[in-house]
Design a protein around this ligand. Sequence first.
Ligand code: PRX
Length: 658
Amino acid sequence: MSSINSLILEKRLFEPSEKFKNQANINAQTYAALCEEARDDYEGYWSRLAKIFLEWKKPFSQTLDKSNAPFYKWFADGEINASYNCIDRHIDQNGDKTAIIFESDDGKVTSISYRTLLSKVSQFANSLKSAGLKTGDRVIIYLPMSIEAVVAMQACARLGLIHSVVFGGFSAKSLQERIHDATAKMIITSDGQMRGGKALPLKPAVDEALKLGGCESVSKVVVYKRTSLQTEMNSIDVWWDDFIEGQSDTCEPVWVNSEHPLFLLYTSGSTGTPKGVQHSTGGYLLQVALSMLWTFDIKDSDIFWCTADVGWITGHSYVAYGPLAVGATQVIFEGIPTYPDAGRFWDMIERHQVSIFYTAPTAIRSLIKLGADLPNKYDLSSLRLLGSVGEPINPEAWMWFYETVGKCLCPIVDTWWQTETGAHMLTPIPGATSLKPGSCCKAFPGIQLAIVDEAGNQLKNGEGGVLVIQKPWPSMIRTIWNNPQRYQSGYFPPDYQGAYLAGDGAVKDEDGYFWIMGRIDDVLNVSGHRLGTMEIESALVANKLVAEAAVVGKPHEIKGESVVAFVVLKQALPDLSDAIGNETAKKVINELRDWVGKEIGPIAKPDEIRLCENLPKTRSGKIMRRLLRSIARGEEITADISTLDNPHIIQQLSQVIK
Ligand code: PRX
C-alpha cells in the first residue's frame, strides 16, 4: 500500500482542452449518457452498440446468455465474420485508403491500401483452404512484426480458423507447449527476424519444437522469407511465396456464429503452465472497435501507431483487429526503439505524421534514460493523443510523456486491461475525463468495476482491495482452452459473488479514480510482459543442477519489475568466500539463466540468481515468499520469522554474486 498511498498524494489534474473537447468523439455529456444507459439497461446498451458498430450476416436475437454462467455468451445466434468487418466493409467507400504503413528495421517503408490488404488476405485464405484447413482448426503464428503477420491472422479469421500467435521471443520449448495444447494443424513462421540491424533466426525454433514431440497434429509449416539466413526446409515445410502461388485473390468469408473462437492467446497465470485464453468473434470485435473510437478518439484522418508486438494481446486488439475494424490508417514497426538510435520512435512519428501514439511505460522510461531531450529534436506536432498500457505508469514518466512528447497538448490515456478482458476496462475518455498522472481513471462506459475485500464486500474509496469486474462484458475471455475448470475457479472463485477476479490490487480515491497497485497473485510484470513465478520456477527445477527454486519480483527502474530467483543446488553450495568457489557459482548462475532463456524465452531470464543451501520455510513446509520478496528488495526484515524452520539462512539469501 505504501507506494499506492504516495501515488494518491498526486493531486495534479489535467482537464481536456477546449480544442480537444470540441472535436472529441465522446464529450462529457455523451460519456455520462452512455454510462447511464448501461446502468439502466445493460443488455440493451450492448445490443444497440453491436448493431451500430458491427456488420452482421445474420442479426442476433439474444444479447447475453447467462444460463451457463460464468460461461457467458454474447450475441450467440448472430452470424458474423471478423475479417469482413475489418476489411471488406471499408472497400466501397475507402478501398484506396492506406491500411498499413509498415516500417522495417532498416527503415524501408511499405504502405498498403485496404484493397491490397483484402487481396493479400483472400489469397492467403485460399491457400489455407487448399491446404485442407477447416473452420475451427488451430493455426500457430510465430512471425515477427510484419504485414504478413496481420495477413495471416486476418486470413485465419476469414475462414473461422482459430489462430494462436506465439511471440517471437518465446523459446522452442514454449512454442512446443502451445502447439501441443492447441493441437495445431499448421505453423506459420519466418526464416528469421530483423532486429537492431541483425538477422535473428526463427524457423530453427519451430524445427526444434516439432522434434520435442507432442506436435503430431502439425501437417504443414509455412515459412515467410524475411532474411538472408540459410534455412533448412523439411518435407512438411513450404515457402510463403510457393504456398500462395496461383491462388485467387478473392475469397468469400466464412460466416461463423458470434461465439466462435476468434483466437487463443497463451498467457501466464499463477500455476506452472500457461493458459490458452479463448476469445470470441462478435463480442471481442465490438469492444476493440468501440475502444478505438472512444478511448483513442480515432478519426478518418488519424495515423495511429501502437508499438506492441502481435504476440501480445495489445498487438491483437490494437494492431491486428481494432484499427482495421474502424477503417483506420496505422503504422506497424518491425524494429526496436533504440536502433539506429534512441530517437527512432520520435523520428518515425515525425516522418509518418503519427497522430495517436500508444506504447508501454517501460519503453517510455528507457527512452527517458537514453535521451530525455531527444524528442525536442523532432517535429512531433502531428501528435494529438498519447496512450500507455501494460503496467502502472509512474507520475514522473507520465509527466515527461505529457510535456516532452505531447508538448502539454495531448491527453494521455492510461489504459488498464488484460489478455482476458480483450479491450480497455479502465481508461480516461480523452474528451471527457480530467487526467491524474499515474491513474487509469475510470471505467470504460458500460464496464462495471469495483474494489472489494477478500469476502467480496465492496470497499470504501481510499481502501485498497481486490479489483473485480461485476458484470460480464462482450470482449471477455470465454474459457481456457482445454481447461474450463481452471477458467471457472481462477476467474470466478466462489467468494466474489459471481464477479470476475482480475488478479490486481487497486484503490479508488475520493474522486472515484482507480489506482492499480499491481498483481495480487504470483504473476510478475516485467517490461509489460506477464510472467508467472511458478513458470520460471518449474523451468529452473527442470535443470539437472537444481533441487529447488523460488522466484519473486523486485521493483526495477525501467522494467517495472525484475526477476529474482533463489536456487538450491543438488550439489554442495560453492564456497562464496573463496575465489574458485565464486567463479563456480558464477558459471552455474550463467548456465541457469541461459537455461531459463531456452525453456521459456529470453524475456523470462532471471536478472538475479541467488544460490542458497535452503529456502526459508515455515514449519509446515511452505516457502515464505513474502520474506523472500523483502530480502530480494534489500528491505529490513520486519516479518515475523519465528515460524521459520531455518532462520540462519537469511544472511545467505541476501548475498548477491557479482
Ligand atoms: O497487472 C495489470 C497490468 O498488466 C496485467 C495484464 O497483463 P497482460 O494480460 O499481459 O496484458 C497487458 C496489456 C493489456 C494487468 O493485470 N496492467 C495492464 N495495463 C495496466 C496495468 N497495470 C497498471 N496500469 C495499466 N494501464
